[in-house]
Design a protein. Structure first.
Length: 397
């Protein structure tokens, strides 16, 4: 006499099927587990850290949640965010959402709230990497994250409020900007990049638009921002050394062609690069700060043929005599050459660049004459950008 099984039971996944299909630690589906989040649940943290996530016990999982200080909720909505923060005016819009000014109701401290809608246009892996990076960093010259609310469909990211706009606008709108100012801000950028690289973070999209300023004042501080394309490298992986920047130069484990092509380092185009690509991008930024022009611009004749601009980058073809650079100090030009060195191993690291004479010397030793040529060029670019924005807005209406 054969066994009898209902169609409902036949469709139920068995424990063996679930384990073989998903290779995860799982209990019988009809067993409900009630537990607490505490580090005391884990009797051997070191051993647990060596186990793949899908194979850890519930106790180890809850202990890790406790160690990460996660505040768990059954449901997160904008109402929960508004319990703590008073949301204000819109500071900016992006493809994935908007940024609002907000105030913590208890401390009265102002922040920025970045609201990101999770969708097909937002790559889940890069978003996860960005958040993991923001959780790790806290530096004077890097934008800080202070709180995060996350659901499967939306993120509310509470960030440091940076009110000075980006470096592109600052340079275009500040006619008295001088080599002294440029050296001060470059030192701050190098300090931020040195810090990021020591943590295994490679920004991959450093440019004028992603360098923010603390205020509108001339003596303001820069803050590196936007880690949407950044990479997080495991320390020690393929020789990535958190202490020795000279050893980090040898790391070439990144492959993606991500970023802005005018700032691509030669090794990025070769799809074998590491933290030194950020240093090249800083060289491109410094070139713009001193001249008002890009070291490797994208010409109209390059449209549809990236090989042309890529060739100029790989050959290191840029001018140190045009665009008023002939009036810039020799020390500044020497640093430019050292940052825009085609060979990433010969190129200065951020750590080494911080020791360069142009960065180290007193501000009184640098020319205080405004960089008029650079200012006029960037002012013209800003006007062109605003004109194109108005044209696009008019077409939409």
């Amino acid at each position: 006499m054969g066994s009898c099984q209902s169609s409902e039971d036949a469709n139920k996944p068995t424990l063996s099927k679930l384990n073989s299909q998903q290779n995860i630690h799982i209990v019988q589906p009809d067993i409900r587990v009630h537990t607490v989040v505490t580090g005391d649940m884990d009797f051997d943290h070191r051993a647990a850290m060596k186990i793949p996530l899908g194979e850890v016990s519930d106790e180890q999982l809850m202990a890790e949640v406790a160690r990460r200080n996660l505040d768990l909720h059954d449901k997160i909505t904008d109402a929960l965010v508004k319990e703590t923060y008073e949301l204000g005016r819109v500071l900016g819009h992006g493809a994935s959402g908007e940024v609002l000014q907000c105030m913590n109701k208890r401390s009265k401290q102002n922040y920025a709230c970045k609201v990101v809608k999770k969708s097909s246009m937002n790559d889940a892996q890069s978003m996860s990497t960005e958040i993991e990076i923001m959780k790790r960093i806290r530096h004077r010259h890097v934008v800080s994250m202070y709180e995060l609310y996350e659901t499967p469909k939306c993120l509310w990211i509470i960030l440091e409020l940076v009110e000075g706009g980006d470096l592109f606008h600052h340079l275009a709108e500040t006619p008295e900007y001088s080599e002294q100012d440029a050296a001060m801000h470059m030192k701050q950028m190098l300090s931020g990049v040195h810090y990021l690289h020591s943590l295994g973070v490679v920004h991959r999209d450093l440019k004028l638009d992603n360098v923010l300023l603390s205020s509108k004042k001339r003596q303001c501080e820069v803050k590196l921002a936007d880690f949407g394309l950044s990479a997080l490298i495991r320390l020690g992986e393929d020789g990535y050394d958190p202490e020795e920047s000279s050893k980090r130069k040898l790391y070439v484990g990144l492959r993606e062609l991500w970023g802005t092509k005018e700032y691509f380092a030669p090794e990025v185009i070769d799809r074998a690069y590491g933290p030194q690509a950020d240093v090249w991008a800083l060289g491109c930024i410094l070139y713009e700060m001193l001249s008002g022009h890009q070291a490797f611009p994208l010409f109209r004749s390059d449209q549809g043929n990236d090989a042309l601009i890529y060739g100029r980058i790989q050959r290191g073809e840029y001018s140190l005599t045009n665009y008023g650079l002939n009036t810039v100090s020799n020390e500044a030009k020497d640093l430019l050459r050292s940052l825009l060195e085609v060979d990433p191993v010969k190129r200065l690291s951020a750590t080494e660049a911080l020791k360069h004479p142009w960065i180290q010397s007193d501000s009184e030793m640098k020319p205080s004459v405004p960089l008029k040529t650079a200012h006029e060029a960037l002012k013209h670019k800003l006007e062109e950008r605003r004109r194109r924005q108005e044209e696009r807005r008019a077409r939409r209406n």
